[in-house]
Design a protein around this ligand. Structure first.
Ligand code: GDP
Ligand code: GDP
Length: 434
């Protein structure tokens, strides 16, 4: 179950510095999955064995113009609705600004779990000044220095105590499928088509559906939960053209699932936003099935689908081993095929290969194509085994793991994918010393 912590605060208070500090160590691990890009807006953090996601709401504000304050106000509202904990960052060197007051006001009225971090308290002499911020009427205030790390430990000690506990885990072990995608791609229409009743309101105006919900579903002898997260737009009156909103929503949906459909609107192509969601799915180690929807609206010839597929895969490369299905929810075309694929991806994600099969296949192959020697030293792989993990994860034991480079890992990954079906799932490959 994903726990989300959102960092809010005005520009220059130190949000991105704090974000980096919180996600630093974990990010390195996350990045071992091939082809992922780092960005400043979303990352994984861990403290005292508790895991959570961190979102830097400042990552979006940049390209907005005169509505700047309104945009930030909306982001705070969205963060309150979508995150489990709000980390409100202020700056000890500037004192309380009008903007801080405005945010504090929203938080006091609407937010449940808030931490105020008074940043830039680089040495103890400023600690007294930081208590000045209690004037904003919010408790749980921590003086910190995002730059040198002082005070962040105490803050995190408290933060992890207010995260929702794992005890709230769902009772069901059924695989969870979710549909992520930009507004208007057809997500709620698909849920309706699958569930076969007008539980949702679908209108041409995006974002008019209700809360996230799990629906148990039976198909092809498989049971699973369909997670419908379209539209959680009840309380916050937000403009859902905001990129921030759809990303926030996607994160929530993705974290609560095993397999994600990434639904793309064929009439709009595969845009930056689709790519972002794709990366989020991969970085969260979830299975993926891409649905290119509204295919009925596309003028087609023999090559259209293939061209479309090539275009998408060029954007997600080097990760290209996942299913793409061309759907028309309106005409009910290939929507069951989409489910079938998701079930297949779930099986791929759970696939375990015995150590003997792995070694039988991979050792001769590695013998023939060994990792390139480094500074005259030869790298010898002794054996391979699959580790228990949420996605297929393989450890290669060898004499000099530090000399294995990314292209060789990719070569091994491709071999694994050719031999066994891992379509739609990210693979982790580690080289370890033995
Ligand atoms: P953001 O706009 O809120 O994301 O702020 P940044 O993280 O980009 O930081 C803005 C400026 O404040 C940068 O110059 C940082 O180096 C500086 N800064 C951030 N945290 C601290 C801190 O703890 N102490 C001091 N002295 N400066 C900081
Ligand atoms: P959501 O915001 O992703 O949940 O999108 P909706 O399900 O609300 O759909 C947005 C609009 O696209 C609605 O007007 C739907 O009727 C329409 N739509 C959904 N799927 C298709 C499709 O396959 N073909 C066409 N032509 N329109 C579709």
């Amino acid at each position: 179950m994903g726990n989300i912590v959102a960092i809010v605060g005005r520009p220059n208070v130190g949000k991105s510095t704090l974000f980096n500090r919180l996600t630093e160590t974990r990010q390195a691990i996350v990045d071992e999955t091939s082809g992922v890009t780092r960005d400043r807006i979303y990352g994984k953090a861990e403290w005292n064995g508790k895991h959570f996601s961190v979102i830097d709401t400042g990552g979006w504000a940049e390209n907005s113009d005169d509505q700047f304050e309104e945009v930030i106000r909306q982001q705070v509202l969205i963060a309150i609705e979508e995150a489990d904990v709000i980390l409100f960052l202020v700056d000890v060197t500037t004192g309380i600004t009008d903007y801080d007051e405005a945010v504090a006001d929203i938080l006091r009225r609407k937010a449940k779990k808030v931490i105020i971090a008074v940043n830039k308290v680089d040495d103890n002499s400023q600690i007294t000044e930081s208590s000045y911020f209690y004037k904003m009427g919010l408790d749980n205030l921590f003086p910190i220095s995002a730059i040198n790390g002082s005070g962040t430990g105490e803050m995190l000690d408290y933060l992890v105590t207010i995260l929702p506990t794992a005890g709230e885990k769902e009772t069901s072990d059924l695989p969870k499928f979710t549909i992520a995608g930009r507004p208007n791609a057809g997500k709620s229409s698909l849920v309706n088509a699958l569930i076969g009743e007008e539980r949702n309101i679908v209108t041409p105006i995006s974002g008019t559906t209700r809360d996230s919900i799990y629906t148990e579903y039976n198909k092809f002898g498989h049971r699973f939960l369909l997670v419908d997260t379209a539209g959680i737009r009840k309380k916050a009156k937000v403009n859902d053209n905001l990129e921030f909103y759809s990303v926030m929503r996607a994160i929530r949906a993705i974290e609560n699932s095993d397999i994600c459909f990434l639904m793309v609107d064929a009439t709009r192509g595969f845009e930056g936003q689709d790519q972002n969601i794709f990366n989020l799915i991969e970085r969260n180690k979830k299975g993926v099935v891409v649905l290119v929807n509204k295919w009925d609206l596309i003028e087609k010839d023999m090559h259209t689908a293939q061209n479309f597929e090539n275009m998408i895969k060029a954007r997600t490369a080097p990760y290209t081993d996942y299913p793409i299905i061309f759907t028309s929810v309106i005409e009910k075309k290939r929507i069951y095929k989409a489910l079938e694929k998701a079930i297949q991806v779930f099986e791929n994600k759970s696939r375990r290969i015995s150590t003997s099969k792995l070694n039988e296949y991979l050792l001769p192959l590695i013998e023939n194509y060994p990792p390139p020697a480094y500074k005259g030293k030869y790298i010898k792989v002794k054996y391979v085994t699959q580790l228990p993990a949420s996605i297929p994860t393989f450890a290669f034991f060898c004499n000099l793991p530090q000399y294995i480079k990314e292209p060789y890992k990719r070569f091994i990954e491709n071999k694994l994918r050719q031999k066994w079906n891992f379509s739609g799932v990210p693979i982790n490959i580690f080289f370890r010393k033995k």
